[in-house]
Design a protein around this ligand. Structure first.
Ligand code: MD3
Ligand code: FE
Length: 199
């Protein structure tokens, strides 16, 4: 059922094509209310990935640093997490808690995400669930400390990854996107949804 890589569970093709299309439609409503933006790193350089969020909290980054915030930079509350997305969490997360943040990452041609840990949340005992949609991405996972050996895997549209236990604090990143490998998004690119318990 699930492939295991360094304690992460990878569910290849968990989401059927019709459901992927429906989720893309749900996300159009999310991005209408909470438009994608290019977060500024604390160094003053914009990230190549464009982002927005749904749920009680969203992830923002600006010259004050990065953090979870209860509003979009436009001052509005974040829209609710789509029901279809919550259903996927319930299928794979293995926790009683509900996700408080659905971070939406958009990768256009050339976008990437450097190696980092996800440690802005209060309880690392809670999992992170990732949903890949659109173009294929080369995902790299390392160790719990910076540097050291890494392994890479291609994530495809409809794949779901669960980071739990030991895997929760591993360094990880996206090296590159293979453009034109999916027709899910009209204008190409990749969307990744990460669901998290924040508090
Ligand atoms: C492994 N996003 O938003 S998702 C992020 O594809 C992020 O957009 C990437 O890393 C993306 O923080 C990777 C897969 C993922 C997410 C969280 C993890 C892998 C993880 C947390 C711990 C270990
Ligand atoms: Fe991450």
């Amino acid at each position: 059922k699930a492939l295991s890589l360094r304690g992460m569970r990878i569910y290849k093709g968990l989401i059927a094509t019709e459901d992927q299309k429906a989720i893309i439609e749900d996300l159009r409503e999310v991005t209408r209310r909470a438009p994608l933006f290019s977060p500024m790193t604390p160094y003053g350089k914009p990230m190549s990935v464009r982002m927005t969020s749904a749920g009680r909290f969203g992830w923002v980054s600006d010259k004050a640093g990065y953090r979870y915030a209860d509003r979009h930079p436009n001052g509005q509350n974040w829209p609710p997490i789509p029901k279809r997305v919550l259903t996927i969490w319930e299928q794979v997360a293995g926790t009683e808690r509900s996700p408080e943040c659905c971070l939406v990452n958009f990768y256009g041609e050339g976008a990437k995400m450097g190696m980092h840990q996800d440690r802005d949340e209060m309880d690392f005992g809670q999992p992170v669930v990732s949903i890949s949609l659109g173009d294929e991405a080369l995902f790299r996972v390392g160790q719990a400390t910076r540097g050291g050996k890494t392994e890479s895997v291609w994530l495809q549209s409809g794949d779901v990854v669960v980071m739990n236990g030991e895997a929760r604090l591993l360094y990880h990143g996206i090296d590159r996107i293979k453009t034109g490998t999916s027709t899910l998004l009209r204008d190409g690119g990749r969307l990744n949804l990460t669901l998290r318990v924040v508090t």
